[in-house]
Write a protein that binds this ligand. Structure first.
Ligand code: FAD
Length: 322
């Protein structure tokens, strides 16, 4: 059944915004920005993506993609390509303090959305796939080394202030980047809508004075992404040792994510743990050399959500703070 077309002056304006002269501006070239840009372009909507960095991220951050995300990517015609870079998950095993399996949590079968519930992936690989697909679409333009610094609006649309990196800033020739190096000035771009896909520290959210509420946890966790790993399990493992809770998530091609709760004297948030600490904590699972640690960080968990998701012609997408 087709939903009735919305009517009234606001709907008229919205339709004009989608099909008219001004493109939709997507702020942020992370997984959310690249996905929504692909979705819009696939429907014939002109879209401009601006990303502050010179290219997509090379940090292994998110590692787990659920069935709803795959369904969303399917709507943009990207599911097949993304499935090539994910490990279809088979759930999560929960172990007690002695390593005994307590239970194995799995998504329902048959799959409720056509895909496994939880799937391992590497964020940099996903971003590269999304960018490549976007660049193949004539409706889309991607500008790296370009930062949104202001946004205003009137009756018919929004005006964004964009600052491109100067000659001494990011050169715009990062691994996946192009553009940039335009001299550091602020230019204006007229847009029908502005989509804030600019992460947990969203500029759009701050410019619009939108707060976040939720819970922050004080525990500091070490997170290490490793290569050359022996695990071939296709499920995550949670070890419920009260002294040292740990999470182990094998990925594709010998990648593995390790997470350990740190004791107060073992590290602090934002400070990269030393290799000795990483090696000691991973020792029960594998031996490791410095070059097998792709990335290691210490961080705390925050579960906070923006209080509002729309302010005029600005919409927030995917915003939470981690
Ligand atoms: C160690 C770690 C582990 C994680 N593990 C997981 C996990 O297992 N599963 C999971 O779902 N999530 C995980 N996350 C969180 C995950 O990284 C985020 O959910 C994901 O990156 C959010 O995507 P996004 O596109 O919303 O934002 P981001 O990836 O943060 O992208 C936002 C982009 O906007 C750009 N930007 C910001 N401001 C501006 C501006 N003013 N102008 C132009 N560009 C701008 C930024 O440069 C950035 O590239 C983890 C995060 C960390 C740090």
């Amino acid at each position: 059944m087709t939903a009735p077309e919305p009517s009234g002056p606001e709907a008229e304006r919205d339709r004009a915004g989608a099909a008219g002269a001004a493109p939709v501006l997507v702020v942020g070239g992370g997984p959310v920005g690249l996905t929504v840009a692909n979705l819009l372009a696939a429907r014939g909507v002109r879209v401009v993506v601006v990303e502050r960095n010179a290219g997509t991220s090379d940090e292994a951050k998110a590692i787990s993609l659920d069935d709803e995300s795959l369904r969303t990517l399917q709507a943009a015609g990207l599911a097949e390509r993304v499935l090539e870079i994910v490990v279809p998950g088979t759930g999560t095993r929960y172990h007690d303090r002695n390593g005994r399996v307590l239970f194995h949590a799995r998504g329902p079968a048959p799959y409720r959305l056509g895909y496994p519930f939880k799937n391992q992936f590497a964020q940099p690989e996903l971003e590269r796939v999304l960018l490549e697909a976007l660049r193949a679409r004539p409706e889309a333009e991607v500008r790296f080394s370009t930062e949104l610094v202001s946004v205003a609006e009137d009756e018919t649309g929004a005006v964004a202030g964009l600052r491109t990196a100067g000659p001494d800033g990011p050169n715009g020739h990062g691994p996946n980047g192009h553009g940039g190096g335009h001299g550091g000035g602020v230019t204006e771009l007229r847009a029908s809508w502005v989509l804030g896909c600019d992460g947990g520290r969203s500029t759009i959210r701050e410019l619009r004075g939108i707060d976040m509420t939720g819970t922050s946890h004080q525990d500091v966790w070490l997170v290490a992404d490793t290569v050359g790993d022996h695990h071939d399990e296709r499920f995550g493992m949670h070890h419920g040792s009260p002294d040292r809770p740990a999470v182990v998530v094998p990925g594709r091609g010998g990648r593995c994510r390790y997470e350990f709760r740190l004791r107060p004297d073992e590290g602090e948030k934002g400070v990269e743990p030393d290799f000795g600490t990483v090696r000691r904590l991973i020792a029960p699972y594998r031996d490791i050399t410095p070059d097998q640690v792709e990335r290691c960080t210490a961080y705390t968990f925050n579960a906070v959500v923006a209080d509002r998701w729309r302010d005029g012609r600005c919409l927030l997408l995917g915003t939470r703070r981690t």
